[in-house]
Write a protein that binds this ligand. Sequence first.
Ligand code: ISJ
Length: 422
Amino acid sequence: MQTREIDPVEDLLAYAHPSTPLAWLRRGDGIVAVGDAMPTFIRIPAGTASMRSAMMADAWRELADAAEIDDPMKLPGTGLVGFGALTFDEDSASDSVLIVPSVILGKRKGRGWITRIAPAGDDLPQDRPDATLERRAYGAHWAGTLGPGQQSPNGYQASIRAALGRIGAGEISKVVLARDLAGTVPGGSDLRRLVRELSSGYPDTWTFAVDGLIGASPETLVTVQDGTVTARVLAGTIGRGADADEDNVVSASLSSSVKDIDEHEYAVQSVLISLRPHTRALASSEQPFLLKLPNLFHLATDVEGELSDGASALDLVGALHPTAAVAGTPTKAAIAAIRELEPFDRGRYAGPVGWVDGNGNGEWAIALRCAQFEVGSLRGRDDDETLGVTAYAGAGIVAASNPETELLETRVKFRPLVDALA
Ligand SMILES: C=C(O[C@@H]1C=C(C(=O)O)C=C[C@H]1O)C(=O)O
């Protein structure tokens, strides 16, 4: 494979495939797979093993070790890159995937590049590496529908009450329960429009499109960059106020809410415990800070440490997932409660989504504020066939939770997707 520096392109998404975009963006920087070039899929299907992320990490290491890497830039995202989306639950019926595109365009801090990945022996262009790049005009505006999914608002509140019973009985301290919305989008829709809208409306999030999973997540599961490991833990949420005064009132009430601080602390501890064996000098701030997004405030804690054992970003994904921000505490009992109290398979919602490179660097988010589009067989599809879509949102339940407030919280978390699809 070969990476070459090029003039940074203005709009990375303009080069992505309209119906199967593969993209990872934040504040205009990021990486996208170019156009029609056929990627390589590492698919870890359901029922394979109990540690699908470990199988994926091993498969990636093998591929990276065998690759001939010609990458003079050596930036995060240059060189060999795989885009991944893993299921939340090891028992999910969905596949976990790692996709290695054959052409990648990237941009970071004002520098641009193109990466071409080809089987050994294939010729790679020696000069003008971007000569054949073609922008694709965005397709017509489209709108999707989203309505009730498998978990109704009433069903959701009933599940929360059942969870509160288990918390009261001492079986669990925290469990994150989600609900779903289901709908369709017209066949032939240019899904890049949705990705573009999410990334411009929510620039401080990781905006992703991987194998039909499209969203804008504020939560960093883990990044690895030249030996430095970071994470951003979120838990504790309140919707934005109607104006600046109301924003002050609601954000102050979140910062002082014992219920939310408790819920947050479980999530921070789960991340620290999982990262400690792989790091030294692991540190987090003592108090959470307020993360302000267009639709809500979160309590947030940034964690940083130095990698001590050569683990790749994908290895750390396996060590961290599922955190208490999206599963609960203790993990095993929380997962069991989720299996019983959610009447649907989460698929890749709340699972790890991101990329890893040949040196083990990578950026991974927790797949939140997202929807899964049925794009599995898209390339062979009729343009007039509508596409199914399922969106998900959840909330952390602790002893002091109120079912109605948590239902409202999920409504606020659905907003980015619901607005962008309308
Ligand atoms: C589960 C979701 O979000 C998670 C739950 C949060 C909470 O309960 O306060 C906050 C951020 C996320 O860790 C979701 O967005 O679906």
